[in-house]
Design a protein around this ligand. Structure first.
Ligand code: COA
Length: 196
């Protein structure tokens, strides 16, 4: 039976946390890991609310840090469901940092978290469709659809490319890279699996 669609607003999640010295590196900037952990928490909450089941993170798209967060900043992390597949969801996560003295807000980074729902037995399970209520919802859903398709195509293409490589070709393509072969190639056993 088809589950009832849930709106983006149903699961939209916002958390904020004040950055203390515990979150910082030796230069007083906030660690990337601190931000990633908050982002994962928001993505998990958002996806699990939509799914009505606990979810796992299956992949995280490229994360670029465009503004350094400092001790004393208030970090605000927002997440909303962009796209829903059969058992998976893409959660858009945005991080802003606020200087609490001035109220100024800076965009720090954004990313897309691919989450999969699991039932009480730990099996992957279907999630409700997404109810699209405005133009932004439609655009984000469409972008998510393209993003998922592009990632699948890239994974398949990489597998295809790696499968046809031979070791001599790999060595040839490394010739102009900044690496040196530091072992006796003829003595070392070659691995069949280069996709580690
Ligand atoms: C997530 C997991 C259940 C997927 O298992 P799987 O056997 O690959 O499942 P499937 O191939 O049937 O894919 C299930 C869904 O995940 C999606 N998916 C699988 N791999 C993906 C990837 N690398 N990126 C994005 N989506 C992916 C599929 O597209 C599918 O979505 P759909 O049902 O909406 O079409 C499994 O990889 C897992 O348990 N991973 C560990 C997750 C975890 O513990 N995360 C915490 C970090 S340690």
């Amino acid at each position: 039976m088809q589950q009832a669609a849930r709106s983006v607003g149903y699961s939209r999640t916002v958390i904020s946390e004040l950055m203390t010295p515990l979150h910082a590196n030796f230069e007083g900037r906030i660690n990337a890991g601190t931000l990633l952990s908050l982002m994962d928490k928001v993505a998990f909450t958002c996806a699990s609310r939509h799914a009505g089941n606990y979810c796992v993170t299956v992949s995280i798209e490229e994360v670029e840090f465009v503004y350094p967060v400092k001790i004393g900043d208030l970090v605000i992390v927002k997440g909303s469901i962009n796209y829903v597949g059969h058992t998976s969801m893409i959660v858009g996560v945005r991080v802003d940092a606020q200087d609490i003295r001035t109220g100024e807000i800076f965009h720090t980074n954004s990313s897309y978290f691919h989450m999969v729902a699991k039932n009480a037995n730990g099996e992957i399970t279907a999630v409700p469709p997404l109810l699209l209520e405005n133009h932004d919802d439609v655009r984000r859903f469409f972008e998510g659809m393209l993003r998922k398709r592009a990632r699948n195509n890239m994974r398949n293409e990489l597998k295809r490319q790696f499968a046809k490589y031979d070791f001599e070709k790999i060595l040839e393509s490394l010739r102009r890279e900044r690496c040196q072969i530091g072992f006796d190639i003829s003595a070392e056993e070659k691995s069949d699996n280069i996709l580690l």
